[in-house]
Design a protein around this ligand. Sequence first.
Ligand code: HAM
Length: 428
Amino acid sequence: MSIQCPPGMRDFYPEDMRVQNWLFDHWRSVSRAFGFSEYEGPIFEFLELYELKSGAGIVSELFSFTDRGERRFAIRPEMTPTLARMVAARANALPRPIKWFSIPRMCRAEKPQRGRLREFFQWNVDTLGSEDPLADAEVVAVAVEFLRRVGLSEQDVAVRLNHRGLMKHALEALGVPVGQQGKAFELIDRSEKIGDDAFCQHWRQHFPDSDAERVADVLRRASLDECLRLAGAGGDDLAQPTRQFREMWERLRSFACEAYCVFDPRIVRGLAYYTGAVFEVHARRVQLRALLGGGRYDDLTGLLDGPRVPGVGFGMGDAPMLEALRELGKLPRLDEGIDAFVIDADAQRFDDVLGLVTRLRREGLVVDYSYKRQAIGKQLKQASARAARYAVIVGHEWPQAEQVALKDMTTGQQRVAAAAELAACMRR
Ligand code: HAM
């Protein structure tokens, strides 16, 4: 019987790992450039953490189990509840703002599809301990800087932004009773996936006093000013979200990432804990669900019985991002990064080969050689197949291996070099 990799999970062969590491290197270096520190949490948590905090969408996708002590756990489907738990536990000791990032592996029992798997990695970037819209804009700027660094321009991707506070009022004006906005957000969050007709049908079922077609129309094309006008009936309550959202846009301008950003009333997010600005990144020309999702959550630590620590952040999945990069031709060709492949001109010199390999490795280079004693031509072929930058040939003419032939595998040029200076030559 042949047993395969479970559906929605992945094997990472070395060539896949190179791509993963390339992506993670970008995630890490961008996070650090913005002053975020890395953290990690456990792979599973008490089930209640998600039942209480994430909302129905995620809870229906949990992989959960009971241990021998009858305690119920779930493999983490997202990082935000863990982050809130960790911050709440040390809330008084942590200097503010708390700027943290993580690249956790997580599982959701989703139906596997393009860019959505059952096991994936998700880059999380969050700022806690500040209500300033500067923090909202800065996490968006982190995401935009990543997109820029991997070669995605504003023609390739868009950051679509909205604010739940504004939408609450706009929805009230559209006939959604106070207290039922959570359900409305869930339906709107799925609207693009299910299409206008199905959306209107569901909407009528839940909100019979609201004009579903009008709502669909507002979602499709209303500008920020139109939404603000619609929400205007909300009175004083509206002043704070409006100010926050406008300030966030100003800061996005200061961080020079406004060109990527658009207002979009359809972005309300499915997770229950968001309280303010919400945003997603979508590829413009590739049929994929969101590449990133995030927003402000000011009450999450409070829900965990900790002190109130407002937060804002996002998660970006590896699977959808790599799909988009692949389709847009932005994935680089990644080889093994071998600096030198050391070759013996005849089998007698193999001991010198191993001596030189050891010396170059100690000098910090990436070095390999053939396990088989064979003709120079065959070894050179191996060097080329492994995409080594240089071949180093230990020849008959230098019995002490004090000199060697150094062949640049890109240009084909070959010259004699002193073994002692090889590392420096190659670095140059
Ligand atoms: P989310 O919208 O559930 O939010 O997920 C955020 C991103 O994770 C998605 O846009 C997508 O890139 C990726 N993702 C989600 N599910 C899958 C999947 N099944 N396979 C591959 N990638 C996936 C959250 O998780 C929030 N906790 C994000 C957050 C952090 N909000 C504030 N801080």
